[in-house]
Write a protein that binds this ligand. Structure first.
Ligand code: IPD
Ligand code: CA
Ligand code: CA
Length: 264
């Protein structure tokens, strides 16, 4: 099955083009854009993935599709990092995850501009272009945390900035690459070590989450509770359980709505 999904995702990349050929429209202000490629990739993936499983639902970003009344649910972000994509920045990815009875079974994240195919199946490890990958064995102090300011929740950005600064003072450095799924895959392969974002859609993190966990990483919501792969959520990730617990404690200490924020 995963080889079929990898093949379909690779085929979907035919709709990815160079920045000068991309048509952009706004979904609600400059921060929320969609391109003709997002729509073409999503339509292609929906029609091809539906043929792989006879009775399946879909969660897809474009059009906010959320048909979860099936045991098998495909979770699709046609392009994660659309703002990067539209500006010709490499970090943008096609993401497909499969959730069965509420648990991730497989994830495929393809970064077409660097030709990096990340994938994982439950219990079978995580892979990048045919090579097994693993999180790095770095201490918190030597870790690099990827993060994002909450573009859709700017009213939350002040405490997020304080939390990021607090982590920055205790770790090696911070990155904001602009595409959650590639950032999580880079943690899975040991390039980076931690992740914090106030709120992501299920399509942003579901496929990459199983790649991280199969690579030996740890994930939670921003209160330290297990991630629900079919629900929007705050997301914390680390290369070790100790580092995740330390990150949870720092983020909670700044979050004015700790315990409530990830359950809205
Ligand atoms: C976005 C990217 C970005 C993250 C946002 C996401 P999109 O996804 O992953 O890094 O900070 O929260 O919405 O909109 O480019 O698919
Ligand atoms: Ca996304
Ligand atoms: Ca997207």
């Amino acid at each position: 099955m995963i080889n079929n999904v990898i093949g379909i995702v690779r085929e979907a990349a035919q709709y990815i083009s160079s920045a000068d050929k991309i048509e952009i429209s706004q979904k609600g202000g400059y921060a929320n854009i969609v391109t003709t490629s997002d729509l073409a990739v999503q339509d292609f993936l929906r029609s091809r993935l539906a043929t792989l499983l006879p009775d399946c639902g879909f969660i897809c970003e474009e059009g906010d599709i959320a048909d979860i009344s099936h045991r098998d649910v495909w979770i699709v972000d046609p392009i994660d990092g659309t703002a990067n994509y539209a500006r010709g920045v490499d970090q943008c990815a096609i993401c497909v995850g499969l959730c069965h009875d509420g648990e991730m079974q497989m994830g495929v994240v393809y970064i077409p501009r660097t030709d990096e195919m990340f994938y994982a199946e439950k219990g079978k490890g995580a892979w990048r272009n045919g090579q097994q990958i693993h999180v790095a064995d770095r201490a918190f102090e030597n870790g690099i945390m990827c993060t994002a300011f909450p573009v859709y929740y700017k009213e939350q950005s002040a405490w997020c900035a304080r939390a990021i600064h607090d982590v920055f003072m205790q770790c090696n450095d911070i990155r904001r690459l602009g595409a959650a799924a590639p950032e999580l895959c880079y943690i899975a392969m040991g390039r980076f070590d931690m992740y914090f974002e106030y709120r992501l859609g299920a399509w942003d993190f579901a496929a990459a989450s199983i790649i991280v966990s199969e690579a030996g990483g740890f994930l939670s919501d921003i209160n330290g509770n297990p991630l629900n792969p079919i629900k929007a959520s705050g997301v914390l990730v680390a290369n070790s359980n100790d580092n995740l617990n330390r990150l949870i404690a720092i983020i909670k200490s700044h979050n004015p709505e700790a315990e409530i924020a990830s359950n809205i």
